[in-house]
Design a protein around this ligand. Sequence first.
Ligand SMILES: [Zn+2]
Length: 659
Amino acid sequence: MKRALISLALAWAVAFIVNAQILGDLDGDGKVTVADITDLISTYLEQQEAALHPQRQPRAVLLDVTFGARENELSTRNVYSADYMLELAGVPFVTTASLTDAIETGGVIVLSSEVGNSTFSEAQYDSLRRWVEAGGVLVSQAPLAVSGSSAVHTACRQLYGIEKAASGKNRYQLVWAPSHWADKELEYIDTDEERVTSLGRGKRLSGESIKTYAYTLTEDSATQVLAHYETGENAVVRRSLGRGAVYTFGFRWRDIIQRSQLNKDFEAQRSTSNAYEPSADVVPLFIRSVCAKHRKVSVWKFTIPDGYESLIIPTHDCDSRTAYDSMFYMSEYERALKLKAHYFLTVHYFRDAGYLSAFYDDVTMPKARLLLADGHTVGSHSVCHFPDFSQTDRFPMTVTTREAYAAVAHHEKDSTATGTTTGGSTWVEVVMSKQIIENDLQNQVRSFRTGHLCMNKNIPEAEQMGGYSFASCYSAGDVLSEFPFRERLGNDWSGDFNGVLQMPLHISDVISSSPINAENWMEKPAMWHAVQSKLQGNYAPAILLIHPNRSWKMEAEKMLVEMTDRNRVGLYNFEDFGDFWNFRRTVDFDFGYSAEQSLLEIRLTEPVDAVRLQHLCFAVDVESGTEPFTEIRLLDADGRVLADGTAKPLTETRWLIQF
Ligand SMILES: [Zn+2]
């Protein structure tokens, strides 16, 4: 409103001066009339209006090439995975099953699924090719309609520059070509772990890996190979056509995204803990870079809140009496830092003769209450922490009572590494553990972490019954991803979402290669810091697990904190990050800019929670040499200015915008 009034006043002044001194009267009657001035004002205001609304930039498009045929479950997995990738990339996008709409909307089109013989007609290939030549960008997987003699096959070959796609399940790595490391599309692919991306290790299912395609290129120079398989075959190719480009990957989205999230990958992780394993994130980050490369200005939802570039998110599993006895060292240190940390409690309230003592009792419970008094959040780490909890059939959804469970649930150590539990219940471990904590601590339990990071098929259903919001049951290495994702019932490809955000942990005091102890703990923070620094390169958080069972574990956390540049890396609460991540997904926006006015506008298309919005930042990628915008505005759907933004540089061509 204030801005409008100033504009109006300015318009009057300008109109008056211009009218009186230069143009004189407009209607030629020798007088400067009110009508003349009014005309000038309205012209001026129209110009102002146009200037206030810089041209909207096109959204990316997820083109559902199953054309809405969602009954095909295999395709749905690819559509979900493509959606996840674009959402992680953070660029504004729409989903459509109409090629015409996609071409009219988009600067970048991501195809959801494989391109089969009947996906596009010859005419559709032609319009796609003309669209690319005019500057469009296509990101695709597995164009299978390249081998054949019909007009459709010819058109497919012309678009992709691919003559043959040879499928196989024996390719284990993606090796990004050093000659392209400096290309914009590969800007996030800048560590050893990214430059060689893992697809599978062949240690499971008779040496199988995911299904891959190796491409034979047509004989023209427009197509370049950005990545090979370790076999030397072509895996990721870029075809330049006119002003646009076609990127083709040799595998299906579902095999790198959803497969990893379900932990059904072919043991592709190179390490499960305390290592940087970004193999599932490389393609979404590549897509973000593709959007940046082919636009003068590209805005995306940042993946870290509050103006930081990464986070350290401490979580502490209290799963022994010594942990309950010693956790105050950690808790009080964190309180002094004003850090709201997160504690997962194992409420083992009865003695299991073969396994654990009854360490959750009238002595330890008050110590747990102190965590809340220190400002921390508290979740559940199960009742019994059974090491064979991943065995679904040993842990049905039996609903029982505290007393009855204590009478039947027992764990025997036997010749297997994890022993055998009888009388176990997933319902008790997940739902009743939450009830026990909420009853005793009078808090709201929103988070679950399973013991030994065991996952079984009943856990997602139990989490849903318990009303959990967050879980942290995987190491990020194991699921090949640094970022959270939504869990599914049955941990199954076609399971519905259970409302729980799975937030894998990145670094921990469980170090199998060299267990942490009283003598060597001071060597570990540098290792955690090294992993966190790599995560920061992808603007990912570092969720830290430290069992708070020794006073020197607090010293180790302190050493890590003191290594950290806290202007760039925030100390953050686990559940706050989960809330941020869920909120980020709900925010839809578009943007426009005016280089002349050095003005960038980000427009939210739906009303959002104003409190949560304060934590969300945007990043803007620009062409090299572009001056920073002097004015950045956040608008609501009606074009009202909600806030003015500030920008700080992240790289030479990227700024972080905070409102
Ligand atoms: Zn534990």
